[in-house]
Design a protein around this ligand. Structure first.
Ligand SMILES: NC(=O)c1ccc[n+]([C@@H]2O[C@H](COP(=O)([O-])OP(=O)(O)OC[C@H]3O[C@@H](n4cnc5c(N)ncnc54)[C@H](O)[C@@H]3O)[C@@H](O)[C@H]2O)c1
Length: 282
């Protein structure tokens, strides 16, 4: 079991949507929470909500694509709230576009904000957990990574999110040797502000913030099974999974059938193809 009460947690992307849900639940359970977000005004708003609950919180402006910014966030969190033992690498940005319609900067941004952003958090916070033989690292992936063929026109994002799942499932093996927990969190549909605000999250070195909503390309409609769950409820689900040291938490079991069918069609077909090939050749 991972204890939450009395610990210091950092939630990246904690100023909105899922990250806000995580921060509120962690605070409700007695953790001191550092909300590290590229939009500091949103981090401050969530810190104020926690203060109203009589919780302990700190808002930090932070860009997860920038190691120096993460290092500064760790120092601020440690100084004001204590050593960080719970890390939620949740910040992310989406790319609902054909990859040929994306600029080179946008492709770099999506890979950095999602996959390398989580890796930067591992590099910044995980070694201290290992040294303390204590802590839990949870990273937010996506169904677009667990089941990449499910949503079209998401290649950069799907690749980055699948990478997060691989990183977390593998890190869990060595983390266990050090008494550290690791959880891959796979949201499916969660109410958030990503569609409206995504362009605002682009850091200066990838072209800077833009304006306008994410436009879903024609033919890439949401799968019929998506039910958008409240971020506050999903925050409770994820924190429970972390407390139980679960290696993976998925925000919705409704994708089970699609997952099974997809993997049978693509992965098992590839196994069968290889088996048949070697049977004929060897
Ligand atoms: N909402 C969903 O249905 C869904 C589904 C799958 C995956 N996700 C993932 O969940 C995570 C949270 O997204 P959300 O849906 O709550 O969206 P959101 O837009 O409401 O929140 C994203 C937060 O991340 C912050 N952020 C973005 N880039 C950052 C950076 N470089 N450094 C620090 N902070 C940054 C934003 O300021 C924002 O506060 C993301 O990783 C997203 O990819 C969400």
């Amino acid at each position: 079991m991972t204890k939450v009460a009395g610990r210091t947690a950092v939630v990246t992307g904690g100023g909105s949507g899922i990250g806000r849900g995580l921060a509120l639940e962690l605070a409700a359970k007695g953790a001191a929470v550092a909300i590290a977000d590229i939009l500091p005004e949103n981090a401050e708003a969530v810190a104020r909500e926690i203060a109203v609950m009589d919780g302990k919180a700190l808002a930090i402006g932070c860009d997860v694509t920038d190691m120096a910014s993460l290092e500064a966030a760790k120092q601020a969190a440690t100084e004001h709230l204590g050593p960080v033992s719970l890390l939620f690498a949740n910040a992310g940005a989406t790319s609902f576009e054909r990859i040929t319609d994306m600029s080179a900067d946008d492709i770099d941004w999506i890979v950095h904000a999602n996959l390398l952003g989580v890796l930067n958090c591992v590099k910044t916070f995980y070694p201290d957990m290992v040294a303390a033989r204590d802590g839990h690292f949870c990273a937010t992936a996506s169904t677009a990574g667990l089941l990449p063929s499910w949503i079209p026109y998401h290649a950069a994002y799907s690749g980055a999110k699948m990478g997060i799942i691989g990183m977390m499932l593998n890190l869990a093996i060595e983390a266990r040797e050090h008494g550290v927990g690791v959880t891959a969190f796979v949201p499916h549909g969660v109410v958030s502000n990503m569609k409206a605000n995504n362009a605002r999250y682009r850091p200066a070195r990838f072209g800077g913030p833009g304006e306008g909503e994410v436009q879903i390309p024609e033919g890439a409609q949401w799968h019929a099974e998506v039910k958008f769950r409240p971020a506050e409820l999903v925050g409770k689900l994820v924190v429970r999974a972390v407390e139980e040291d679960r290696p993976m938490v998925i925000s919705d079991g409704a994708i089970r059938k699609t997952f099974d069918e997809t993997y049978r069609r693509i992965v098992y077909d590839a196994f069968d193809f290889a088996d048949a090939f070697y049977a004929a050749e060897e």
